[in-house]
Design a protein around this ligand. Structure first.
Ligand SMILES: *Cc1c(COP(=O)(O)O)cnc(C)c1O
Length: 377
């Protein structure tokens, strides 16, 4: 039986990606910029509902550029969600700024607004707030935006995992001043590697900031015949070939979301009755993209997360633990952490990310559920 991945690249059956890449070859627009990059930025921004976007080499680069665009400098404090992938927090260090990690709440698995408020009391001079929409679940953006607006502090959304997630009628990544997306190989759509920064400030300001990000991302070369530099630049721009893959993938994003949501519903239906099992949280007025389907096994559950992962592994099926919180990572030892009852640590220790590959058939899902159900017998 074939190996089942947690999440792997899934190109369109129609071959859209290859058509755009072929067009780039035919016109010799291989590098660096060109029509695919411009169109991908426009099509992507229109899809999420942002004024403008800059296509970059990675989601991590998008977060880095968002911090720069928000004016983050050496020594500035940035509130960063604690339960996340390290790529959320690393760019804070690239800028010599200081992350303060904010615990999640159990209702959303994302940044706790209550802990955020306490963080503002402790660090009133904070310069930016970085919430994440983990596994495609939206953070409590109503409360987070309300708190941050009251303090006049910019919000950078890490929407790397939540492309297409709708929260209260609006796509994630468009609530904060900046939204950051990833097209890494395991994300819901992929360009083999890439990212996008969108800006949601008023239109003119947004276009200006995105233009600045494009400037920094192409080595900060000033307008002159010779190479003139007044600022430090980066080589962060997406190539025209890669953008062609992105344009093709964007055509099937809604199909991918439908399949991801089907996978989650399948697990709920076929595993929901097992003792001690529960599922990642969903609320009214939200449509998560369900990038990964995550289960939680309570303390008195007869089966432990490791049992599930090992049993699946023996069937050549990939799964993994929930992200390990940043305040428990050796590399961030010494950073401050605003606790909300160690919710992030609890989810890390009790969660399992189940296979969520959109190429799986219902027969694959049945096999996975059979293996898991076997552990309860
Ligand atoms: C994937 C991911 C990133 C980084 O994106 P890359 O494109 O891999 O650089 C950042 N944050 C989160 C939460 C992610 O899952």
């Amino acid at each position: 039986m074939a190996h089942i991945y947690l999440a792997s690249p899934h190109m369109s059956a129609e071959g859209y990606e290859q058509q755009y890449v072929k067009e780039a070859f035919d016109t010799n627009w291989i590098a660096p910029l060109g029509k695919n990059v411009n169109e991908f930025e426009k099509e992507f921004s229109a899809y999420v509902g942002a004024h403008d976007g800059a296509a970059l080499s990675a989601g991590t680069a998008a977060i880095h550029m968002a911090l720069k665009a928000a004016g983050i400098k050496k020594g500035d404090i940035v509130f960063c969600q604690d339960l996340t992938f390290s790529a959320t927090a690393n760019p804070i260090i690239y800028e010599d700024a200081v992350p303060v990690f904010i615990d999640s709440d159990y209702e959303t698995w994302n940044m706790s607004p209550e802990a955020l408020e306490r963080a503002f009391e402790k660090y009133p001079n904070v310069k930016a707030v970085l919430p994440v929409h983990l596994y495609g679940l939206p953070a409590n953006m109503d409360r987070i935006m309300e708190i941050c607006k009251a303090h006049h502090v910019p919000v950078i959304e890490d929407a790397a995992e939540s492309l297409g997630t709708i929260y209260h009628g609006q796509k994630t990544g468009t609530f904060g001043d900046y939204g950051c997306f990833s097209f890494n190989g395991n994300k819901i759509i992929t360009t083999s590697g890439g990212g996008m920064l969108v800006c949601n400030l008023p239109e003119e300001k947004a276009k200006e900031r995105v233009a600045k990000v494009r400037f920094w991302s192409t080595q900060a070369r000033e307008k002159a015949r010779h190479y003139e530099h007044k600022e430090i630049g980066y080589n962060y721009r997406m190539s025209n070939i890669v953008a062609g893959i992105g344009r093709g993938q964007l055509k099937v994003i809604d199909e991918r979301i439908a399949q991801k949501r089907h996978i989650f519903a399948y697990y709920q239906e076929h595993l929901g009755d097992l003792e001690g099992i529960s599922f990642m949280p969903m609320h009214e007025n939200e449509r998560p993209n369900c990038w990964l389907s995550v289960i939680e096994l309570s303390d008195d559950c007869p089966v432990k997360p490791l049992d599930v992962m090992v049993a699946l592994e023996q069937g050549d099926i990939e799964s993994r633990p929930v992200w390990k919180p940043m305040h428990l990572q050796p590399v961030f030892a010494g950073c401050d952490y605003i606790d909300n009852g160690e919710v992030g640590k609890y989810l890390f220790e009790h969660g399992v990310c189940l296979p969520s590959d959109t190429k799986m058939t219902d027969a694959d899902l049945e096999r996975i559920c059979d293996i898991i159900r076997g552990l309860w017998k």
